[in-house]
Design a protein around this ligand. Structure first.
Ligand SMILES: [Zn+2]
Ligand SMILES: [Zn+2]
Length: 295
């Protein structure tokens, strides 16, 4: 079973230090390739109420080398928290030039394509208009293969790239909650045009049900739902999972927040759901309304 280590830190609450130690311990004792989800929320706006996920970034650690994919705001600090030395960074990959994916690559050197003794990297063009190119990446390590969709509408190119992979990290959009969230903002005076906004999102991003279909077509073992839209905390993990599971029968992980280290996926789920219930029961009117409508 692929091991997924997740070490995301809350932007609004600091993770307990034990959690950081868990992340560091999991990496320092790692015998195989590890995937660390550093930032799992979609979009560039860090001020969304109730948002604790950082912008999109990941690191894969294999044989003492680190490969960073996407550099949303916070990647430097999040990377530092893992305890992996910056000198271990071999390459940085950017899926596309949107600020939630590239705004913080300044601290790193952009190296582009690599093939070294650790990893073979391949990519596919995906669909994220008007940004061109927008890329999905596949990393084949000696013991794991990990694929990232980047931002994209649901597209067969990702299923082909991910064929037989251990882990597919795919962006996911939950349309009913996004609709409710946008209507809520409009009601509060935000100058958004509902139809145009939703049309844009559906051309550029992947409804979670379609993500399940793509994971199924690819035949991956584990699907990690990340770059979650809307990037608010009011959607239960089970809601995401249930939608993806309509067409995908493998393991599904909803990328979390606030630090969780998982040795196996089942323990991970339990750990996240415990943390989740601590968080969502904080009073927040907008989120409570969302939960009442869509959970
Ligand atoms: Zn994005
Ligand atoms: Zn984007």
């Amino acid at each position: 079973m692929p091991t997924v280590s997740v070490g995301t830190g809350g932007a609004q609450t600091s993770a307990p230090s034990t959690t950081i130690h868990e992340v560091q311990a999991a990496l320092s004792k790692a015998s195989g390739t590890k995937l660390v989800m550093l930032g799992t929320g979609a979009g560039p706006n860090p001020t969304v109420p109730g948002r604790t996920r950082y912008m999109t970034s990941h690191v894969m650690v294999s044989n003492g080398s680190a490969y960073v994919l996407d550099c949303g705001l916070g990647v430097t600090n999040q990377f530092a928290r893992t305890g992996v030395p910056f000198t271990a960074v071999r390459s940085i990959f950017i899926t596309h030039h949107h600020p939630d994916h590239n705004i913080e690559y300044g601290p790193f050197i952009l190296l582009g394509w690599v093939q070294d003794q650790n990893v073979r990297v391949s990519a596919a063009i995906v669909q994220h208009p008007p940004v061109q190119p927008a890329l999905a990446y596949r990393f084949d390590f000696h013991d794991r293969s990990i694929v990232f969709s980047g931002d994209t509408a649901p597209i067969e190119a990702v299923a082909r790239l991910a064929e037989g992979a251990d882990i597919l990290v795919h962006e996911a959009l939950y349309v009913p909650a996004l609709g409710a969230y946008v209507r809520d903002r409009i009601a509060k005076g935000s100058p958004i045009r509902f139809d145009a906004y939703m049309a844009h999102m559906e051309v550029d991003h992947s409804p979670v049900e379609d993500v399940g279909r793509i994971a199924n077509a690819a035949g991956v073992q584990t699907l990690v739902l990340s770059h979650l839209t809307p990037a608010i905390d009011g959607i239960q993990d089970e809601t995401w999972r249930h939608a993806a599971a309509k067409q995908f029968k493998g393991k599904i992980v909803v990328a979390g927040f606030n630090g969780a280290v998982i040795r196996n996926v089942n323990r991970y789920r339990k750990s996240i759901s415990n943390r989740w219930s601590e968080r969502v029961h904080k009073p927040n009117e907008a989120l409570v309304r969302l939960r009442e409508r869509y959970d």
